[in-house]
Design a protein around this ligand. Structure first.
Ligand SMILES: [Zn+2]
Length: 472
């Protein structure tokens, strides 16, 4: 990049040897030689001094005159320079330059700066150029491509927060000439204070920035040549290490939390499963003890008993019938009649205990009547109240009165027993001998009964058999 001798927008951005001297001189005094505060008066004694090291010894040579309202700059000039030349160099009108009487052979001039010249855009060193980050760029890559170290790039990008993070499209600063540190002059600072603070070379700084440090102010960018951002790089390196450690720790924490969550989820599922098992078990217990199940069990048991009894009764009846058919005997009945008796088994040929009736329930039939809810041990013969009931066989009355079947009569004959139940009235007494066909009593509905009928039951050796198998 070439340095221009003048700039219309920035009349002060003009450099020459004497000005550098002035700038150097300004560095000797207070660091607040800022615009608007007054005139920096540079003592002629400092004019010839260009070595910053030596200049630093003469701080008392610069004074400030805050009382002067306009922005006046007193500069040392060559003995041959005219006001026109001076005005051209500063980009101001000739009228703005006032040559001062020489003191001890040193000429100086007072340059009055126009207010417009003070309302300028913030300065920026021309050697620092923007660079737009492209895909695949890294700080190291950018530095290498431009033949510089990362620290040189960092020096002009002190606002970086990371050594690694660059984003496509963002703009970085790149030094094209002097390597150094680029700082923005903040409130309370001045170029001179920064130069002193960083230990930069005054003249080199003036050259690098293309302007006088004394003319720089808050908001201007100041390139401090020869200063490296090693500390800053170190700081970013440490930060990178810390970030990597934090990332590792974060990742570890994340994995641990995921592990914990997994464990908790597993425990929760186990609890849910345990509760479900417990509930299932309790439901089972409740069902096991439930009236419904008990009823069902009783029903099953009753059914079994019923089926077993039915099977046994059928077998006995068949057996009795078979034997009766095989060996018929004849004997005289007590009533004088003749009845056929198959004596070998004690089974008898019976007579119907009523003249007129209707069979409402057969032997072993399950029905709604209470006494035959499980097993019906006889036959039910329905007839009107008072219908006479006769003995189905000879025998002896063993019971006449209230019993298992209401008002009932039991007649024993050998090993067999006839039961006549639910009578309204009996016509015999206990111990009395009766003959087949003899009146025993009358139909009723005593005991557990739903309508007038005779419950007729035949027991052989204490077990019921189907009476119909023995009746004509
Ligand atoms: Zn009955």
């Amino acid at each position: 990049m070439t340095r221009r001798s003048s700039s219309p927008g920035h009349p002060l951005a003009v450099l020459s040897r004497p000005l550098l001297a002035v700038a150097a001189a300004a560095a000797l005094g207070t660091a607040t030689a800022q615009e608007g505060q007054g005139t920096a008066v540079i003592s002629p004694a400092t004019v010839a001094l260009t070595d910053p090291g030596r200049l630093l010894q003469g701080a008392a040579d610069m004074t400030l005159s805050p009382a002067v309202p306009t922005h006046l700059l007193t500069v040392v000039v060559n003995s041959t320079e005219s006001a026109t030349q001076i005005s051209r160099r500063y980009g101001v009108a000739v009228a703005s330059v006032r040559l001062l009487p020489s003191v001890k052979g040193t000429r100086s001039a007072q340059v009055s700066l126009s207010p417009a010249s003070r309302e300028r855009a913030p300065l920026w060193p021309r050697s620092v150029q923007p660079y737009r980050v492209r895909a695949g760029d890294t700080l190291a890559g950018i530095a290498a491509r431009h033949g510089m170290r990362i620290v040189d790039v960092l020096g002009v990008n002190l606002d970086r927060r990371s050594l690694d993070r660059v984003h496509i499209g963002e703009v970085l600063n790149l030094p094209t000439k002097e390597r150094g540190v680029l700082v923005r002059i903040k409130a309370g600072q001045s170029a001179l204070s920064l130069i002193a603070g960083y230990g930069a070379d005054l003249a080199a700084t003036a050259r690098a920035n293309g302007t006088l440090p004394t003319e720089m102010r808050v908001g201007d960018a100041l390139l401090l040549p020869g200063v490296t951002a090693a500390g800053f790089q170190q700081q970013l390196l440490a930060q990178r290490v810390a970030e990597q450690r934090a990332a590792v720790a974060f990742d570890r924490q994340l994995r641990y939390e995921r592990f914990l969550a997994q464990k908790q989820e597993q425990r929760r599922r186990e609890q849910v499963a345990a509760i479900a098992r417990q509930e299932q078990y309790e439901r089972f217990l409740a069902w096991q003890q439930s009236a419904e199940r008990q009823a069902r069990i009783r029903e099953y048991e009753a059914q079994e008993r019923y089926e077993a009894a039915q099977a046994a009764a059928r077998q006995r009846a068949q057996e009795a019938a078979r034997l009766a058919a095989a060996r018929p005997v004849v004997r005289a009945s007590s009533a004088g009649g003749v009845s056929v008796q198959r004596a070998s088994t004690g089974a008898v040929r019976l007579a119907w205990p009523m003249r007129s009736f209707r069979i409402t329930s057969r032997y072993a039939e399950r029905d709604i009547d209470f006494h035959r809810q499980v097993f019906h041990g006889g036959v039910d013969l329905a007839a009107p109240y008072g219908t006479p009931i006769y003995a189905a066989s000879d025998g002896e009355v063993s019971q006449s009165g209230y019993g298992d079947f209401g008002l009932n009569v039991f007649v024993e004959s050998g090993t067999s027993t006839m039961v006549y139940g639910h009578m309204s009235r009996t016509a015999v007494v206990s111990g009395q001998r009766v003959a087949q066909g003899q009146l025993l009593g009358y139909v009723g509905c005593s005991g557990i009964c739903t309508g007038p009928h005779l419950h007729f039951e035949v027991r052989l050796d204490g077990r019921t058999v189907d009476p119909l198998a023995l009746l004509p």
